[in-house]
Design a protein around this ligand. Structure first.
Ligand code: ZN
Length: 173
């Protein structure tokens, strides 16, 4: 495996372990040249599951796409890479168990949303807003209200987006 830091081709595996029920193997590697460590994951490649998109087109199921979407939603949130990987692995395993050939993209999206909601409320809202492409503000607000009703604080939901400075216009002259 090529070292991502220096490009050297040789490394040694310093740790190797299977994820839950052996769906993947995680290997911690150390570059022989520069000594830095990196992680690789091993999965079964050939599954040929197709995803039915909303417009009826099919595309090959791609774990990386799910991973990227979840990681984006969890950006700057207190969610570890291991947690994200577990979520993706569990989602993938569930789908492969339930569907032989084809799975609707909506099913995948809803499944991920359910899992994210248990993991981090901010990540959930982010993912849901991208995934569902809320038709209007009211729809988004009702979704938000559901989450707030579950006890999340509104401040926590809006804070990570941007530091909002107090509006200077409101200052008294
Ligand atoms: Zn290296």
């Amino acid at each position: 495996m090529k070292c991502p830091f220096c490009g050297y081709q040789e490394d040694k595996v310093v740790d190797s372990r299977s994820s839950s029920e052996g769906a993947s193997v995680r290997r911690r590697r150390e570059c022989i040249k520069c000594g830095r460590r990196f992680t690789t994951y091993e999965y079964i490649e050939d599954m040929q599951l197709m995803v039915i998109k909303k417009d009826g087109r099919r595309e090959a199921f791609d774990r990386k796409k799910i991973q990227a979407g979840v990681a984006r939603a969890c950006e700057k949130r207190p969610v570890s890479i291991e947690k994200i990987d577990d979520l993706v692995t569990n989602t993938e395993r569930f789908i492969l168990k339930k569907f032989d050939r084809e799975v609707p993209s909506t099913f995948i999206g809803e499944l991920i949303m359910t899992k994210l909601a248990q993991l981090d409320d901010v990540a959930y809202v982010r993912f849901a807003s991208v995934y569902r492409q809320f038709r209007d503000v009211n729809q988004f607000m009702s979704e938000l209200k559901n989450i707030l009703d579950k006890g999340a604080s509104f401040e926590r939901l809006i804070k990570p987006k941007a530091k909002i400075k107090p509006n200077k216009k409101k200052k008294k002259k």
